[in-house]
Design a binder for this molecule. Structure first.
Ligand code: SF4
Length: 225
């Protein structure tokens, strides 16, 4: 198991080498990788990412065209009728909380940043409904700013591969940042997320055909080979 920065020590050269192998193979599988969420600007991506909690990107893509047509700017959404926004985002689940969050975050963007999304993690996480994961997705995707977003897929894949032994997303983020070069962070999460959906699935990981089998540390893979 990796002993990494979150444990107070840096990774060994062996662990870095294994991380490089994992990244190289994932880049071969996914040479280009971007979010499946549709958006035109950082604000739309931020709103779409907030809406994507606990649902699929496809479900979000079904509601955002109407949402952004009805409310084309942060000012428009900040002044929206909550009931109307709830109706539009209904199919993404948790629609009351999500409608409230995207209205409030748009209002704060207007009030504090003149309607512009700040390209800064510490500032983004002060906005309503925006955690480190959402902020990291937006930074990496909209600007290519090095950031590691830890969602349920990144957590599962990282733990199975033995890149972290932590469960806390902040500590997993630290471990991954310590293991992988900064210039790779922006694409790392997206590749882990897609790999977690396609191969290293939660219930039925396809270990028998996995290109990371030999570098994986998950004991359960042997039963699925
Ligand atoms: S061998 Fe199995 S558990 Fe390990 S990374 Fe591949 S799919 Fe995931």
């Amino acid at each position: 198991m990796a002993t990494t920065k979150a444990d107070g020590a840096g990774p060994t050269s062996e662990e870095r080498k294994r991380a490089r192998t994992i990244l190289r193979r994932l880049k071969k599988r996914y040479p280009e990788i971007h979010t499946a969420l549709r958006y035109r600007d950082p604000w739309q991506l931020l709103v779409a990412t907030v809406l994507s909690a606990q649902t699929t990107d496809e479900a979000v893509n079904q509601v955002t065209p109407e949402l952004f047509e009805r409310y084309p700017t942060p000012e428009d959404l900040a002044n929206a009728d909550p009931a109307e926004v709830e109706r539009i985002v209904h199919r993404t689940g948790f629609f009351r909380q999500k409608a409230s969050a995207i209205i409030r975050l748009s209002a704060e963007l207007v009030e504090r940043y003149g309607g512009e999304v700040p390209p800064d993690l510490d500032e983004l996480v002060t906005l309503p409904g925006v955690g480190r994961k959402t902020a990291s997705v937006v930074l990496a995707e909209a600007w290519g700013i090095p950031a590691v977003a830890v969602d349920t897929h990144v957590k599962r894949v990282s733990r199975r591969l033995g890149l972290t032994e932590h469960s806390d997303p902040d500590k997993i983020e630290e471990d991954l940042k310590a293991l992988f070069p900064r210039e790779e962070w922006a694409g790392l999460s997206m590749r882990f997320i897609q790999f977690g959906r396609d191969v290293c699935r939660a219930r039925d990981p396809d270990c028998g055909r996995c290109e990371l089998f030999d570098v994986c540390r998950w004991p359960g893979r042997l039963e699925r080979a």
